[in-house]
Design a protein around this ligand. Structure first.
Ligand SMILES: [Zn+2]
Length: 290
């Protein structure tokens, strides 16, 4: 992205600082993550994937190619997005084949706005949807995707609705009247996708009530083997892109509430760099019970 763009490398540098310290540094494992690129076609069209390859600049050229109003890629972006999908699949394999209970992935670019045929909202490849399909392809009986980023996970929803299936559930909670202005509640259930809208500036209490009364009971009723999180931290009160006014404690509460499930969390938004670190720290300490 351009300099001073909110989706900047500073976001991951901030998390790298966090993960270089205890208790995280002891938990980090370095693994090889080969990508079977046929998986990308479970979510994206071949035309779109070919276009990305064609327009991806040479890393040596220091060039930025604009894909849409909000999304650009340099010579490293496409490979980074593919690596994000590859390591998500590796994480899914580990979760399904071992007694590992939780994995968090801090990757850029984010993915949940990427649709089958186009980039959108800083996103190139829809990591969570592709990870869910990989889970189902490799023996997982039921998978739920929960998107708590402040923006609607429009790309994930479009993919879910294009491939309706009973063994996948998608739930997105997001701020009312916020970009991308999709995710209304009137089509809930179509493609096993559900939207829940939180009013602007609604804060902690309203979020916790929604999750306690609706979201977690719905996930429990579905009874998934695995929960994949579109873990965006831009509902935080100081985030420059939204107004939901969540506190650091709310992310701790979410982590604690998700701890009983087997989970894979993929970083999506969260654009206030220092606070992103605090929110992720609170979420992970509760989720991993550190
Ligand atoms: Zn977001």
């Amino acid at each position: 992205m351009e300099e001073n763009h909110p989706e900047s490398p500073k976001r991951l540098k901030s998390l790298e600082t966090l993960f270089s310290q205890s208790p995280y540094k002891e938990l980090i494992e370095t693994v090889e993550c080969p990508l079977d690129e046929t998986l990308l076609r479970y979510g994206h069209t071949q035309n779109y994937l070919s276009m990305l390859e064609e327009f991806s600049p040479d890393p040596d050229d220091n060039e930025l190619v604009r894909l849409d109003d909000d999304t650009s890629m340099n010579g490293y972006s496409l490979n980074a997005a593919k690596l994000g999908v590859a390591s998500a699949c590796q994480a899914i394999d580990t979760l399904l084949k071992t007694d590992t209970q939780h994995i968090f992935q801090a990757s850029r670019p984010p993915g949940h706005h990427a649709e089958p045929h186009r980039s959108m909202g800083f996103c190139l490849l829809n990591t969570v949807y592709l990870a869910a399909r990989h889970a189902l392809n490799t023996g997982c009986k039921k998978v739920a995707i929960l998107d708590f980023d402040v923006h609607h996970g429009n790309g994930t929803e479009v993919m879910m609705r294009a491939n309706p299936r009973d063994n996948a559930l998608f739930i997105s909670t997001h701020e009312a009247d916020l970009w991308p202005y999709t995710g209304q509640m009137d089509e809930n259930g179509f493609g096993n996708s559900y939207n829940y809208i939180l009013p602007k500036a609604s804060g902690s209490q309203e979020m916790r009530a929604l999750y306690t009364d609706k979201i977690f009971p719905q996930i429990d009723a579905f009874n998934p083997e695995l929960v994949i999180l579109s873990a965006g931290f831009d509902a935080y009160k100081a985030d420059p892109l939204a107004t939901l006014q969540w506190e650091v404690d709310d992310y701790a509460w979410l982590g604690e509430s998700l701890a009983p499930y087997k989970t894979f969390s993929n970083l999506e938004g969260g654009y206030q760099v220092d606070d992103l670190k605090s929110c992720v720290d609170a979420y992970l300490k509760s989720l991993f019970q550190l």
